[in-house]
Design a protein around this ligand. Structure first.
Ligand SMILES: Nc1ncnc2c1ncn2[C@@H]1O[C@H](COP(=O)(O)OP(=O)(O)OP(=O)(O)O)[C@@H](O)[C@H]1O
Length: 534
């Protein structure tokens, strides 16, 4: 059993003892694609899916799987289990995602019954957000069902996205065997048409029906019977059981014609703001990553991809709108807006003496307004800006970070998605954001990651790592003729140590810090692996 009672089976003698750098602790389960293990390694606890041998031998599957996994790296947001590592060239490929220590929605409903109206709203909005993240990355989940939704105290987290497409490519259905769980697929999927995002929207509606009533909208029975109902029948939707705010949306998402269904962005927009404050979900918790064990680009102290925010004494987080900005009259310092590009945050670097970072989580100083978040940095620190609308809005996040003594404000404009930057400037800071959906977090230190590690494009700066000599940077996917990748290696005090451009056809490039030191890779425009040697 894990901390929240998720069932864990002992590994079998035939199971691997480790996959890559992840030590296998036990089996979480298995499905059509392979076995899922709980494992422990440099990124903390992860769920590793090891692909079945027959699939691994299928060249179509491998090709599609590689493409989908690369796309999975682009999926951000807080509502999906983050992909942290993978090995695609192994005899049996595997991929590791953030381990979410929470029961699946099906286990939860089995154990505790249907969801109350408040919880349905949490589920509905969370799933809409997850689909928005997945669709924005150009993926379709294709297999959204209660066992692929983990139910955490902070709402749902979706697993297994995009991978089902690879199984389709392997033509698993050629044997006449239906792959997946009937009753969650859309009519067009069951009829063998190409699944688009609209298929996931249909599954969203089916999931809400299930959560509200405890039964699947197309009932149970043999695979053939359920599939027949999906194609020819109407879903059984008990409107009375569905939260009033969701009734029409659920009906719209289950329209037979995919063109008549709303998009993930429509759902998300309709649902933002409907989730009541203080709704409590079951007493489960997401395992925290341990300091020093953080996944690439997930700063220490931040919730791992939407997990429970730890509240150590040295961390302060504020979401726009949730904390009162300081009243203008009480601003004690001149406000100087510097229109710098995001990457220039580090250029603000002042080589401060590193003796620790104190974060004052709101209202702690006599002069501050209630809810105002200020912090003092006496060493380089990390700044994370998380636009939780996931490209759903067209405004982006604009964050003003003001150093209180000098009164200088650094404006970071137009941020989408989630990015983390190393900041070398020290002093006393305050920040303002332009939108409720922008969550800003300051984290002590520069993070720490062991080589080798992977970093996704446009996630901001990597965690800091020790470079004993040259580091090798390789693109995870083959660059097309139009693509190139400008890379900058910086010391944590903000000095640029080396720059280079990774070009199509190149196996990788070497960046050299000159001498052993703690460094990071400044915002990379492509998915890369960073290692100590070739
Ligand atoms: N990131 C994760 N965190 C926690 N548990 C996970 C994670 N990924 C998978 N699991 C668990 O591992 C088990 C097996 O997952 P898998 O996706 O293979 O099962 P499935 O959905 O039943 O099968 P399939 O979708 O392949 O037919 C499930 O119980 C699932 O909850």
């Amino acid at each position: 059993m894990t901390d929240t009672g998720v069932r864990l089976q002992e590994p079998r003698p035939s199971d691997p003892t480790s996959l890559g750098r992840h030590r296998v602790l036990g089996r979480l389960g298995g499905g059509g694609m392979g076995v899922v293990y709980l494992a422990d390694g440099p990124f903390g606890r992860v769920a590793v899916k090891l692909i079945r041998e027959e699939l691994a031998d299928d060249p179509d599957f491998r090709r599609r799987f590689q493409r989908e996994v690369q796309a999975c790296f682009r999926v951000g947001g807080t509502r999906t289990a983050r992909l942290v590592d993978f090995e695609l060239d192994a005899a049996r490929p595997w991929l590791a995602t953030e381990f979410v220590d929470a029961p699946s929605l099906s286990d939860h409903v089995r154990a505790h019954g249907k969801l109350a109206a408040d919880e349905q709203l949490v589920l509905a909005a969370g799933l809409a957000e997850a689909l928005l993240s997945i669709h924005s990355a150009g993926l379709v989940h294709r297999d959204l069902k209660p066992s692929n939704v983990l139910w955490t105290p902070h709402g749902p987290k979706v697993i297994d996205f995009g991978i089902a497409a690879a199984a389709d490519a392997a033509n698993l259905t050629s044997s006449g065997q239906f792959v997946g769980t009937p009753g969650w697929h859309s009519p067009e999927q069951v009829s063998g048409q190409e699944a688009t995002g609209a298929a996931d929207i249909f599954a969203w509606g089916a999931l809400l029906c299930y959560a509200a009533s405890g039964t699947a909208p197309f009932g149970s029975g043999s695979v053939e019977v359920v599939l027949h109902r999906v194609v020819t029948g109407e879903p059984s939707i008990d409107r009375e059981l569905i939260a009033p705010e969701l009734r029409d949306l659920v009906a719209a998402t289950m329209a037979r014609d995919p063109a008549d269904r709303p998009t993930a962005a429509d759902l998300y927009t309709a649902l933002v703001g409907t989730v009541p404050d203080g709704v409590s979900a079951p007493a489960t918790r997401i395992l925290e990553s341990r300091p020093g064990d953080t996944p690439p680009s997930t700063p220490t102290g931040l919730p791992a991809a939407g997990g429970v925010a730890r509240t150590p004494p040295w961390s302060a987080t504020v979401a726009g709108g949730r904390a009162e900005p300081p009243a203008p009259a009480r601003r004690r310092h001149r406000r100087l807006v510097i229109g710098l590009a995001v990457g220039a945050v580090v250029l603000l670097a002042a080589a401060g003496t590193a003796v620790g970072l104190l974060l004052n989580g709101g209202g702690g100083s006599e002069d501050s307004d209630p809810g105002e978040v200020m912090f003092s940095a006496t060493e380089p620190w990390r700044l994370t800006i998380d636009d939780q609308r996931e490209n759903g809005g067209d405004v982006g996040c604009t964050v003003d970070i003001t150093e209180l003594v000098s009164g200088e404000t650094l404006r970071i404009p137009d941020m989408w998605g989630r990015k983390t930057f190393q900041v070398a400037q020290t002093g006393d800071f305050h920040w303002d954001v332009n939108d409720d959906a922008c969550v800003v977090t300051g984290t002590a230190g520069s993070g720490e990651v062991a080589l080798p590690f992977a970093q996704r494009a446009y996630e901001g700066d990597t965690l800091a790592f020790e470079a004993q000599g040259p580091v090798i940077i390789k693109s995870i996917k083959e660059l097309t003729a139009e693509e190139s990748c400008d890379l900058t290696l910086r010391a944590v005090d903000g000095r640029t140590l080396d720059i280079g451009t990774l070009l199509p056809g190149q196996n990788g490039i070497e960046l050299n810090p000159g001498e052993p030191t703690t460094v990071y890779l400044a915002e990379s425009p492509c998915d890369v692996r960073v290692s100590a040697g070739w």
